[in-house]
Design a protein around this ligand. Structure first.
Ligand SMILES: C[C@](O)(CO)[C@H](O)COP(=O)(O)OP(=O)(O)OC[C@H]1O[C@@H](n2ccc(N)nc2=O)[C@H](O)[C@@H]1O
Ligand SMILES: Nc1ncnc2c1ncn2[C@@H]1O[C@H](COP(=O)(O)OP(=O)(O)OP(=O)(O)O)[C@@H](O)[C@H]1O
Length: 306
C-alpha cells in the first residue's frame, strides 16, 4: 500500500509581542518563531474515508474526529483539489499536547505535505502556505521551520538567519492551557491595569534578530520576551515555581513557551542543557524536562512508498 511519512517541528516563540485585540478576535503580533527538534510524524495511507489515529505520549488528549487539525488539513487540501479526503492519517506524537509548542499545527503542516505527495498533486508552495494560514496562525511556520518573523496574526512570515545551534530545555507541565483562554486573560489583565489599557502596536527587536544571526545564546537570553507570560502565570500560578527552578539551576534565561504551560529555558551549550534538564527533572516543578536543539527544519518528507 502506498504511504507517505512527514515529520514537522514544535516551536518556541523567542519574542511574542502582542498588540491590541482586533475586531476579528485576533491580535496583531510580532512573533519570532524558532523551530525546535521535538517533532511529530504523520503517515498518510489511502483509506475508504478520512480517519485519524494517534500514538505516543499524550495521545489520549488528541481528538480523532474531524476537528483534529491534521484531518482539517487533509480536508482543506482535498477540497482545493476537488477530490475526496480518502486518507488514513496516523500521528506519532512527541510534541506536548496543548503545551504552547504548536503540536496540532505541526500535525496540520505534516498532513498537508503528506496528502499532497500521496495524491501526487504537486500543489505549489504558496497554495500550501495559504491553506496552512486558513487552518491556524502557527501552521505556516510549521511548514517553513528554521526561524522566522511572523506578523499579522503570525501567518505573514519572513525567514530569519540563524547561526549554529541553540540548546534548549523544555519543562513540560501536567495538563494543557487553551490558547484562546490565554489571549482572553491577556486582554483582561491589560483592561484591569490603568497603564496597560492603551496597548501599542507590537514592536520588533533588532538586537534579538542579531543574536539569532550571530548564534549567541547569551545575547539571545537577554532579549527573550513573551507578552502572554503574565496571562499564562495568572491562569497557572505554579508555573512561577518552574521558572524559578530553571533560573536556580543556571538557565541563561527562561520563559513560558507561547501560550504555555510548557516553560522554555536557554542553555549555553549541550552539557549545560543536559545538566539543566536533570535539575528540572529533580525539582518536582514539572512533569518532565527535555533537552533539545534549534533551529530545526520545517515539515519534511522522511519516507515515501509509491
Ligand atoms: C500563541 C501562539 O502559539 C504563538 O505562536 C499563536 O499566536 C497561537 O496560534 P494558533 O494556536 O495557531 O492559534 P489560532 O488557531 O490561529 O487561533 C486560536 C485563537 O487564539 C487567539 N489568537 C490567535 C492568534 C493571534 N494572533 N491572536 C489571537 O488572539 C484567538 O482567540 C483565536 O481564536
Ligand atoms: N493533531 C492535534 N494534536 C494535538 N491537539 C490537537 C490536534 N488537533 C486538534 N487538537 C486540539 O487542539 C488543542 C491544542 O493543541 P496543540 O497541541 O496544538 O496546542 P498548543 O501547542 O498549545 O498550540 P499553539 O502553541 O499553536 O497555540 C488540543 O487541546 C486539542 O484539543
Amino acid at each position: 500500500m502506498p504511504s507517505v511519512t512527514v515529520r514537522a517541528p514544535a516551536k518556541v516563540n523567542v519574542r511574542l509581542a502582542v498588540g491590541p485585540l482586533r475586531p476579528d478576535g485576533y491580535h496583531d503580533l510580532v512573533n519570532v518563531f524558532l523551530a525546535v527538534a521535538l517533532q511529530d510524524r504523520v503517515t498518510a495511507t489511502p483509506a475508504g474515508a478520512l480517519r485519524v489515529t494517534c500514538a505516543g505520549p499524550g495521545a489520549g488528549q488528541v481528538p480523532l474526529d474531524a476537528g483534529n487539525l491534521a484531518a482539517r488539513a487533509a480536508a482543506a487540501l482535498a477540497a482545493r483539489l476537488g477530490r475526496a479526503p480518502d486518507v488514513h492519517l496516523h500521528i506519532d506524537k512527541d510534541i506536548p499536547v496543548a503545551g504552547g509548542m504548536a503540536g496540532g499545527s505541526a500535525d496540520a503542516a505534516a498532513a498537508l505535505l503528506a496528502c499532497d505527495a500521496l495524491w501526487g498533486a504537486g500543489t505549489p508552495r504558496e497554495t500550501l502556505h495559504e491553506l496552512a494560514a486558513g487552518l491556524g496562525s502557527d501552521v505556516p511556520f510549521a511548514l517553513a521551520g528554521g526561524a522566522a518573523l511572523g506578523r499579522g496574526r503570525g501567518e505573514l512570515l519572513t525567514p530569519l538567519p540563524v547561526e549554529g545551534t541553540f540548546h534548549w530545555v523544555f519543562a513540560l507541565a501536567e495538563g494543557g492551557l487553551s490558547t484562546p483562554a490565554v489571549y482572553r486573560e491577556c486582554d483582561r489583565l491589560r483592561a484591569e491595569d490603568p497603564a496597560g489599557a492603551d496597548v501599542p502596536p507590537p514592536q520588533g527587536d533588532p538586537a534579538l534578530e542579531a543574536a539569532l544571526a550571530a548564534g549567541d545564546p547569551h545575547a539571545l537570553a537577554a532579549r527573550l520576551v513573551n507578552d502572554l507570560q503574565p496571562a499564562a502565570l495568572s491562569l497557572r500560578p505554579a508555573l512561577a515555581d518552574t521558572l524559578r527552578a530553571g533560573a536556580d539551576a543556571g538557565a541563561l534565561a527562561g520563559l513560558v513557551s507561547g501560550s504555555g504551560p510548557t516553560c522554555a529555558f536557554l542553555a549555553a551549550d549541550a552539557d549545560g542543557a543536559a545538566a539543566l534538564a536533570k535539575s528540572l527533572n529533580d525539582s518536582g516543578t514539572c512533569r518532565q524536562a527535555r533537552a533539545t536543539t534549534a533551529p530545526a527544519p520545517g515539515a519534511t518528507t522522511i519516507d515515501f512508498h509509491a
